[in-house]
Design a protein around this ligand. Structure first.
Ligand SMILES: NC(=O)c1ccc[n+]([C@@H]2O[C@H](COP(=O)([O-])OP(=O)(O)OC[C@H]3O[C@@H](n4cnc5c(N)ncnc54)[C@H](O)[C@@H]3O)[C@@H](O)[C@H]2O)c1
Length: 381
């Protein structure tokens, strides 16, 4: 398959992350150097063409324009950063009506994707899921698409329609949300269609540093006795995650990886779990989230030590470059013939999916090196 620069098809294009990605793609059309230094893929996949040829489109339920969405989320206060001309031209489709059954939503999205492909024939479409976190829904009995169509309620889990439509039109899928769209039937359809799927739950700030620190403590045989992680955030994502049932998937993704890295349950000596993750909605912070970590660990003879970490970060500013990186990886891997789940992209996710995903920081970087070889081999064919 020939390689082209990605066309990012974003479900939730006018959200805080989506609109920041739009601003970054637009900025690269004027001057790639305003964004390139913050991309992990900047030195990779040069066969995908110039950075300024990437395109942005997608869907949202909001009637705002992209420029209005950027203003609303207040992620980018400085208007001089914006290429308002390109942003004004971006075409975002209305999300399918929640009243439609799942199969009708899929049909509508397939028509939209075919339209996007015709509009951007020199770009490689990649679907990026940036919808809000939703409550966990058990669809384990839906082992065929027709059963999924009759069992799934698209009002509670709109992500499915986007993932299915992408796969049926041969478009790779990035799941940046905590919503578990990678049902066995979805993965099976992706393998049949020959498209790669990666996820789940972008690893942007606190959890990224948790993987680094946990991997470092493990490498030194220091024993972690407890890890308390608190997040406060005041954007729409934070407001949505104030519902504990919607936050449960994200909390599980943020929690599970520590035990996987360390190889033991933190708190076993207390007879209770002493790895705690709390997410709190705190409006004054907006998109500038803050995270605290208290890490209790022990060294020789079990003597206790402790570490404090206070991260004052910007949610969407950390997330947007990773979304662009993932779109580039997926375009390159699809062109190289990869299909199904891509565990080697675990570096980017809180819950890396696929067989034997790398869990320590060192293994995640090594896995990326292996993927780079796959892409380079294809480039040279
Ligand atoms: N920012 C980060 O660091 C980060 C990290 C990991 C995961 N995530 C996840 O990424 C997702 C996006 O985050 P965000 O901050 O942009 O959220 P957001 O709430 O700002 O944006 C979500 C967008 O989805 C739109 N939407 C809702 N229902 C829709 C539908 N059915 N079809 C199309 N669009 C619809 C909304 O109108 C909104 O514009 C969330 O699930 C979040 O948890 C974010």
């Amino acid at each position: 398959m020939l390689s082209y620069p990605p066309l990012l098809l974003i479900a939730g294009a006018k959200g805080a992350v989506g609109s920041t990605v739009a601003a970054a793609i637009a900025a690269m059309k004027k001057d790639p150097d305003t964004v390139l230094p913050w991309l992990t893929t900047a030195p990779l996949c040069d066969h995908l063409g110039p950075f300024g040829s990437m395109e942005f489109s997608g869907w949202d339920a909001s009637p705002k324009s992209i420029n209005q969405a950027i203003e609303y989320h207040k992620v980018l206060p400085n208007k001089s950063l914006l290429n308002e001309g390109y942003l004004g031209e971006i075409r975002i489709h209305q999300a399918p009506s929640g009243e439609l059954p799942l199969h009708a939503q899929v049909e509508q999205l397939i028509r939209d994707i075919e339209g996007f492909k015709a509009l951007y024939p020199k770009n490689h479409p990649v679907l990026i899921n940036l919808l809000p976190a939703c409550r966990t829904i058990d669809l384990s009995g839906s082992d065929r698409l027709d059963r999924l169509y009759s069992h799934a309620d698209p009002t509670k889990f709109p992500d499915l329609a986007y993932a299915i439509a992408a796969i049926l039109t041969g478009v790779p899928v990035v799941n940046f949300t905590s919503n578990a769209i990678e049902l066995p039937v979805i993965v099976e359809e992706a393998l049949k269609a020959g498209v790669p799927v990666c996820g789940r739950d972008g690893k942007t700030g606190q959890t990224y540093l948790k993987v680094v620190l946990a991997s470092a403590l493990k490498a030194r045989s220091l024993q972690v006795d407890g890890w308390y992680s608190l997040n406060i955030l005041g954007n729409e994502d934070g407001r949505n995650l104030a519902d504990p049932l919607k936050a449960s998937g994200k909390v599980a993704n943020k929690t599970g990886l520590l035990e996987e890295i360390l190889g033991y349950k933190v708190g076993r000596q207390y007879g209770t779990d002493s790895h705690k993750v709390v997410i709190d909605y705190y409006p004054p912070r907006g998109d500038c989230k803050e995270a605290w970590d208290v890490i209790d660990f022990a060294g020789l003879f079990g003597l206790p030590m402790s570490l404090r970490l206070n991260l004052q970060a910007r949610d969407s500013i950390l997330a947007a470059p990773l979304v662009i990186d993932l779109a580039r990886w997926m375009a390159a891997l699809h062109a190289a013939g990869r299909s199904g789940l891509v565990p080697e992209l675990g570096f980017y996710f809180k819950k890396p999916l696929g067989p034997n995903p790398p869990v320590t920081f060192q293994d995640q970087l090594a896995a990326l090196d292996r993927l780079e070889v796959v892409c380079k081999e294809h480039k040279n064919t």
